[in-house]
Design a binder for this molecule. Structure first.
Ligand SMILES: [Zn+2]
Length: 279
C-alpha cells in the first residue's frame, strides 16, 4: 500500500472511475500507481513534479524566477521537493530539484531556493498535514483577475469545479508575500478548498492527492480566470450554472482524482517530447 493511494479513499476513487469507465474492463485506462518502497515513490513524485513544471512552461506560466511548485516527501513529511531558484520551468529536471524544510532551508540539492515565495508554501504545508502538493505562479489572467478581489462565478462546467471550492485572500496581501505573517494568512484560507486567488498577487492551488492534481487544477483555474475576464468584458451578465448543478459538477468532475486523471495526457506528451526531464 502506498502513501499516494492512502491519501485518496479508494471508494471515492472507484466512484469517480465508474463515471468515465463504465464496463470498460480490460481497456487501457490510467490508474493511480502503488509502491512497495519509498525510494520508488520518491522517484515517482520527483518525476511528476518536474512534469508539472514543464507543463507550466508549455502554458507560458513563467515570469522571471517567480512561481514555485512543491510536493511533500513520502518518507519525511516535513520536507518538500520544489523547483530550483531562477531556473526556467522548462529546464527543471529530476537532478536539479531541491528538498527544503518548513523554514525554507535547503537540505538536499545544489541550487538555492526562492525563500521569499516558499514562505507561502511552507505555511500551508505546515498548517495542513493533508496537503501534499501546491502550485503558485504569476500568470497573466489569474493575476489580472486577482486584482478584482472577487471569486470566480460558475459560468461554465469547467468553472463550476471551483464553486465553493476556492477562496479570495484579500487586501493587504499585495505587498507582503514575503512575510511569514502573509504565509499564515494564506494557510488559514486553505481550509477544505483546493484553490486560492491571492489578491494583487496570483493564483495558488493545493492538493490532498498529488502534484498532478494540484498542477492540473492550477491550469484549470488560470483558464477559468481568462474565461471570466472574457465574459466580463462583454458587459453582458452571463447565465450562471445553478448552485445545485455547480455543486454536482464540482463533486463529479472537480475532484482530486479527476485532476490527477486530467494530467495524464500531459504527462504522456511530456514523456514523449521532453525525455531530458528524467536527467
Ligand atoms: Zn508569488
Amino acid at each position: 500500500m502506498t502513501a499516494v493511494l492512502e491519501r485518496t479513499p479508494s471508494v471515492v476513487e472507484d466512484a469517480r472511475v465508474s463515471i468515465y469507465q463504465p464496463e470498460q474492463a480490460g481497456l487501457i485506462f490510467p490508474s493511480v500507481p502503488k509502491f512497495t518502497n519509498v525510494a520508488d515513490e520518491r522517484r515517482h513524485l520527483k518525476e511528476r513534479l518536474v512534469a508539472a513544471c514543464r507543463a507550466f512552461a508549455l502554458q507560458g506560466f513563467d515570469y522571471g524566477f517567480a512561481g514555485h511548485l512543491t510536493v511533500r516527501d513520502p518518507e519525511h513529511p516535513s520536507l518538500y521537493w520544489t523547483n530550483p531558484m531562477a531556473v526556467h520551468f522548462s529546464q527543471v529536471k529530476v537532478s536539479n530539484l531541491i528538498l527544503a524544510d518548513h523554514e525554507g532551508k535547503v537540505v538536499e540539492g545544489r541550487h538555492a531556493i526562492n525563500r521569499a515565495g516558499f514562505v507561502l508554501h511552507a505555511a500551508v504545508h505546515e498548517a495542513h498535514p493533508d496537503i501534499v502538493a501546491m502550485c503558485h505562479a504569476h500568470t497573466v489572467y489569474g493575476t489580472a483577475f486577482a486584482s478584482l478581489g472577487k471569486k470566480l462565478e460558475p459560468i461554465t462546467q469547467d468553472a463550476a469545479v471551483f464553486f465553493e471550492d476556492h477562496v479570495v485572500i484579500g487586501d493587504e496581501a499585495g505587498q507582503v508575500a514575503v512575510e511569514v505573517k502573509a504565509g499564515h494568512k494564506v494557510a488559514n484560507a486553505f481550509k477544505g478548498v483546493k484553490a486560492a486567488i491571492h489578491q494583487n498577487h496570483g493564483l495558488l492551488t493545493a492538493s490532498r492527492h498529488s502534484i498532478e492534481a494540484a498542477a492540473f487544477w492550477f491550469i484549470g483555474l488560470e483558464r477559468c480566470c481568462q474565461q471570466q475576464l472574457l465574459v466580463d468584458a462583454t458587459g453582458i451578465a452571463p447565465r450562471l450554472v445553478t448552485p445545485e448543478r455547480a455543486r454536482y459538477s464540482r463533486e463529479h468532475v472537480g475532484s482530486e482524482y479527476i485532476g490527477w486523471l486530467h494530467f495524464q495526457p500531459i504527462w504522456e506528451q511530456l514523456v514523449k517530447t521532453q525525455p531530458d526531464m528524467f536527467d
